[in-house]
Design a protein around this ligand. Structure first.
Ligand code: UD1
Ligand code: CA
Length: 460
């Protein structure tokens, strides 16, 4: 039986005090609603109908990238007349067979297992309802059960009696049922309640009336059904999201100096026996092969790092493809387009950008290498700078295998330095150097005899 998923995301999010739509606030580096859509897509639903209202255009634009399977449908809810109204609008955009599952754009940590259990109930002609015991149920809807323990209805906090408010079992809002039943129940909703809204929750009592089984599904934790209303709650969920991500990487074979002091904002893959030290930030698509070690305070973004490579403290690696057995840092900056072979060393205060270094080449200290093609076994001395920019255009530098670039060399691009060339320390090069040539690009040293150093003027 096909399933259609409805994701509610039309609300204003007043308590975020933000000009950014609530569901677009980032959690683990991605808009909150991305997490919901990602989890929803794992069920391979027929459609995902996203109900948008406030800042709907922004939400729509942010989800464009998640519509690979082309199954997203947009439902505009101009006036937020309640959760029941929102789902009813969505229903009008969906076929009338199959099952419907309702999720929330601001409940980002819901798990696949839980929504699958909910979906299963709907596939069996029942109403699956995700519930949870909350320590502080605050203003959430309360689950009312009869003497036998069967769920009878949901009472919204604002409509609840003092006795009902004592109940600690709450409605997560997440539910699923056959579409034909949903359509029928949604058509019967009324807004004669304290908030004058169409409550989705009223369909529970209707199901009971119609003899449809209401199956309560216990959420595995409060966290997975916690909705975000303000930035304090968002920050709490962030910690939980981080914990989940880090735990998965540990199960995949990585060790962390302190799992609570690392942040993951993207898709990270690790090989066996990686080690990640404290205060590391991994963002975007990051792939660490077996045995990679990341030192404290490093930031690694959108990069691949080869087996056995060590990234030492406070190094920033962004958009790089790093080979195996390299050593980067401490305090290095490896920028986009850096491609490093095997056993390359990039030492402290070295910056690389759009630069390729072949196997076993070294730039051990203080250098800038931009727009350069550097062969293997090349030694780049401290203070080497590729002058790749003339103020208007960028120019390339090519350095052949086995070349030696002496300390404090200024390489004015475009420039070719052939294999095994040797550049004397302190050279400013503007002309190509052929293979095995020595290039000396500095003024000759003069030693002047009889020099007497200046003495201090007595008047001042
Ligand atoms: C709802 C439930 C409550 C449950 C709680 C869990 C109802 C009537 N109540 O209450 O039982 O404990 O969620 O968090 O369903 N939305 C729309 N359009 C609307 C109204 C809401 O898209 O017209 C969206 C909101 O953006 C939000 C979600 O639906 O993402 C929940 O709405 P909200 O008003 O926060 O419902 P609650 O009053 O918290
Ligand atoms: Ca809410």
């Amino acid at each position: 039986m096909p399933t259609d998923i409805v994701v509610l995301a039309a609300g204003k999010g007043t308590r975020m005090n933000s000009s950014l739509a609530k569901v677009l606030h980032p959690l683990a580096g991605e808009p909150m609603i991305h997490h919901v859509i990602k989890t929803a897509q794992r069920l391979e639903p027929r459609h995902i109908a996203v109900v948008i209202g406030h800042q709907g255009a922004d939400v729509r634009a942010a989800l464009a990238a998640q519509n690979d399977s082309g199954n997203l449908i947009w439902v505009e809810q101009e006036q937020q007349l309640g959760t029941g109204h929102a789902v009813k609008l969505a229903k009008d955009h969906l076929p009338d067979d199959g099952a419907m599952l309702v999720l929330y754009g601001d409940v980002p940590l819901i798990t696949e297992d839980t929504i699958r259990a909910c979906e299963d109930a709907a596939h069996q002609g029942q109403l699956g309802l995700v519930v949870a015991e909350f320590n502080d149920p605050a203003e959430l809807g309360r689950i009312i059960r009869d003497d036998t323990g069967a769920v009878q209805e949901i009472v919204e906090f604002k409509d609840a009696t003092p006795e009902q408010r004592q109940i600690s079992e709450i409605n997560s809002g997440i539910l699923a049922a056959p579409l034909k039943n949903m359509a029928q129940w949604l058509g019967r909703l009324q807004s004669n309640n304290v908030q004058q809204e169409y409550y989705l929750t009223d369909i529970i009592a209707m199901a009971v009336q119609d003899g449809v089984d209401v199956v309560p599904i216990q959420a595995s934790s409060e966290v997975e059904v916690t909705g975000v209303n303000d930035r304090v709650q968002l920050a709490q969920l962030e910690r939980h999201a981080q914990k989940r991500l880090v735990e998965q990487l540990m199960l995949d074979g990585a060790s962390f100096a302190d799992p609570a002091r690392v942040d993951i904002r993207g898709q990270v893959r690790v090989g066996k026996d990686c080690f990640i030290d404290a205060n590391v930030l991994l963002t975007g698509e990051v792939e660490l092969s077996d045995g990679v070690r990341i030192g404290p305070g490093c930031v690694v973004s959108d990069s691949r790092i080869g087996a056995g490579t060590e990234v030492l403290a406070n190094t920033v690696v962004d958009g790089a493809d790093v080979g195996p057995d390299c050593s980067l840092g401490p305090f290095a900056r490896v920028r986009p387009g850096s491609v490093l072979g095997t056993g390359v060393k990039i030492g402290n205060f070295v910056e690389t950008k759009k630069t390729r270094l072949g196997d076993h080449s070294k730039a051990s200290h203080l250098a800038y290498l931009g727009d350069a093609e550097i062969g293997s076994e090349v030694n780049i001395g401290a203070g080497t700078v590729t002058c790749n920019y003339d103020g208007v255009n960028k120019h390339p530098t090519n350095i052949g295998d086995g070349a030696f670039i002496g300390t404090n060399s200024t390489l004015v691009a475009p420039l070719n330095i052939a294999a095994k060339a040797f550049v004397a320390a302190g050279s400013a090069l503007t002309k190509d150097v052929a293979a095995e040539q020595l290039a000396v690009g500095r003024s000759r040293q003069r030693n002047i005899d009889g020099w007497s150093a200046p003495t201090k003027d007595s008047e001042n």
